[in-house]
Design a binder for this molecule. Structure first.
Ligand code: A2P
Length: 351
């Protein structure tokens, strides 16, 4: 049951075309970026595909044409208008400034620049104006779990004033790249054959298990992923005093993250007023008829643009609070789609 919808955009209002580079083109997010630029009719004049020396010379297809992958260097960005980075934090720190210096607007999917006050952190449905005139020529794409959660919470914040979030995430193995999927599948296969289990990507067995650790541990025994929910939600929503407690959990699901949230607000809120506030907002749909087993599950959003929210109930502990369940494809809205939507914003701002 695929309830989400994809929205090929069609940039008919734009009267120019852009030279676009993808740094990390061979990765899971890189490949999704290539597909989305095509699907959403992004006006591409030239697509430059960049990766490590290991991939240089291989080809990938865009709009029916083979493009030869080039090795990423500091000289890769001459003539580039928009540089989409999905090669990790250290690569972004090293090469994004060169891309910006060459005149490109960089959209970086890593956490390297997200908390830099001079780098906008943008979810186009939530804070599009932040993408205008980025001081350093760099715009950061937020963390996937944060994007999925805020797609449901931002419309509620606009009407009821968000005060605090208590959340637990259920994060798919594709969040760890292709290796995460392979490790889950190999462990399932080993178990069925009675062979020994090998764990390389995760600290514990992921098959038929859940692991309450995503990313490394940091301040106060929270993981970096959990602290991203706090810091990035504050920045995107513009609520410096927002309180967030989060437990991020890896689950044996291939794709799409789910988040269970208790959110407290300044103003009184009910499930009905919440559903009405969310309805009609782009990128988020309410799927909430539990008696008919209508609630979002990861398979519903896999490969889909929209995030889905359901199980909306009054929170029984906190005043003015709701419990809810939101699900979204973390490779798509949580990464590549959000980045392409930012590129669309830049293109409309430059128009
Ligand atoms: P490559 O395939 O050549 O290693 P993922 O996050 O899915 O693992 O993808 C990481 C992406 O970052 C890949 O496209 C990978 O290219 C790229 N990458 C990794 N290391 C480098 C590097 N040193 N220089 C350029 N690209 C890199």
């Amino acid at each position: 049951m695929n309830q989400g919808k994809n929205h090929p955009q069609g940039f008919t209002h734009m009267n120019r075309e852009y030279t676009v580079a993808i740094a990390g083109a061979t990765g899971a997010v890189g490949e999704e970026l290539i597909q989305l630029l095509d699907e959403r009719n992004f006006p591409v004049k030239e697509l430059r595909l960049l990766a490590s020396a290991r991939s240089a010379g291989k080809t990938l297809t865009f709009r029916g044409k083979d493009i030869t992958i080039q090795e990423l260097t500091h000289e890769s960005f001459s003539g580039v208008d928009i540089a989409l980075f999905s090669a990790g934090g250290s690569i972004a720190l090293e090469y994004a400034p060169s891309a910006a210096a060459a005149g490109a607007v960089v959209i970086d999917n890593s956490s390297a620049f997200r908390i830099d006050p001079d780098v906008p952190l943008v979810v186009p449905e939530i804070n599009p104006d932040a993408a205008k005139a980025p001081k350093k020529g760099i715009i950061a794409n937020p963390n996937c779990t944060t994007i999925v959660s805020l797609m449901a919470l931002a419309p509620l914040h606009r009407e009821f004033g968000l005060k605090s979030i208590i959340a637990s995430s259920y994060q798919a193995v594709s969040g760890s790249g292709v290796e995460g999927i392979i490790e889950l599948d190999e462990q399932v296969s080993a178990i069925t054959k009675g062979e020994p289990i090998v764990s390389k990507v995760y600290p514990r067995q992921i098959a038929f298990n859940v692991i309450p650790q995503v990313d490394v541990f940091d301040e106060g025994d929270y993981t970096k992923e959990e602290l991203k929910m706090l810091n990035e939600s504050r920045k995107i929503l513009g609520i410096p005093e927002l309180e967030v407690t989060c437990t991020c959990v890896r689950v044996p699901v291939h794709r799409s993250h789910s988040v269970s949230i208790s959110a407290a607000f300044e103003k009184p809120i009910t499930p009905d007023t919440a559903r009405a506030a969310i309805a009609g907002n782009p990128g988020i749909q309410v799927v909430d008829d539990p008696q008919k087993a209508l609630f979002p599950v990861p398979l519903d959003t896999t490969g889909q643009d929209d995030c889905l929210v359901g199980r909306i109930r009054q929170d029984k502990v906190l005043p003015n609070a709701l419990a809810l369940w939101v699900v979204g494809d973390q490779v798509r809205k949580g990464a590549a789609l959000n980045a392409v939507q930012i590129a669309e914003l830049i293109a409309s701002n430059k128009d």
